[in-house]
Design a binder for this molecule. Sequence first.
Ligand code: FES
Ligand SMILES: [Fe+2]
Length: 337
Amino acid sequence: MSAFPDAVRNAWHMVALSRDIGAASIRQVYVCGTPVVLWGTPDGPAALIDRCPHRNYPLSEGRVIDGAIECGYHGWRFDGAGRCVAVPGCVLDGPDKKLDAQPVRLAERHGAIFVALSDDAPAEPPLPPDFGNPDLDHFWWQQGTWRGRAYDAIENVMDPFHTNHLHHGFIRRRDKRLPVDLVVTTHADGIDMAIAQTQPDLGLMSRFLEKDRERSITRYYPPTTVQARWEGTEKLTLCVTAIFTPATEGTFTPFARFSTPKGLAPGWLKQAAIRLFLRPVVAQDRRALAKQYAVMEAFGNPQFVSGPGDILGGRLHRLWKGERLEPGQDETVRGEL
Ligand code: FES
Ligand SMILES: [Fe+2]
C-alpha cells in the first residue's frame, strides 16, 4: 500500500530545476516511492518511469543517444514518449506498443520541472501567485533530498511557534517575544495563517533583511506547496514558495523559490544575503525533521498531541489527504512569538 493519499500521489510534483537537466544529462528522481528518469533532449526535458520494460534495468543507468534514452543492459532505446525506437542487433518492424516504456507527464514552468504519475492530475501544474511574476526578482534554492516526511516539513513551515525555539536568535528569540495576532483563514482548497505584529521579528534575519513589518502570511496550497509572504507597511518584502516533493515514505526533496520586488538592491546581492542568513535556519530544520522521523520510525508510527499553539488543528492533514474544507475565518488568536 502506498504511504501517500491518492491526492498526493496523483498530483503534479516538482522534481528538478531546468538548469540541471541539460542536453544529454540523465537524473533519477523518486516521486512518492516511484523512480522516474529525467533526461535532456533537443526539445527539452523528458521523463519516463525508471524501469526498462525489457528486463527492468534502470533506464537512468543508460545514456542519451539522438535525444532518446538507451538502456545500459541490452541497449533498447526509448524516445520521450516512451516509444521503443531501437533494439540493437535486431530489426524493429515499426512501432510495437508492448516494447514501450511507461511515459510520465512532464511540464516545465519558470525554470522548474514538474511530473505527474497519473492522468488524474490537472492539465497544468497549479502554481501559486507571483510564481512567474516578471516584476519580481526570482531565484531558486535546492537542498537535495532530506530525511523525514514531506508532510512534517509542510507542517514545520506552517507552524510559527517552532521558530522561537529551534531558530532562536536567527528568526525569533525564545527569551524575548513580541505580541502578535494570529488569524487563520480556511479556503476550500487551502489554509493560511496571517501574523500581524507591530515590528519585525527580533532575530538576526529580520534585522538585516527587513525595514518594517506589518504582517506575514503563510498559505498552504495542497498537497505540497507552501507560500510565505512578508509585507511591510507599503509593499511586499519577500515571498518564498516552498515545494516539498515526497520522494519516498521517509524522504522528500524540497525546492524554494525566492521572489523579491525589483529595485533597491540588485538581485544577486539579495540572493547572497538571503542565502547567508537562511543557511543555518535551513540546516536546523533539516536536522530536526530527520530526528523527528527517526523517533517516529523507532515507535513504528507518528502519534501527535495538539497543544494550544497548534491552531491549524487537523485541517492541514485533511487538506493533505485531498479533502475540501468549509471556507471561513477563525477568531483572532493572541499569542507571543
Ligand atoms: S533490460 Fe533494458 S534493454 Fe534489456
Ligand atoms: Fe523552521
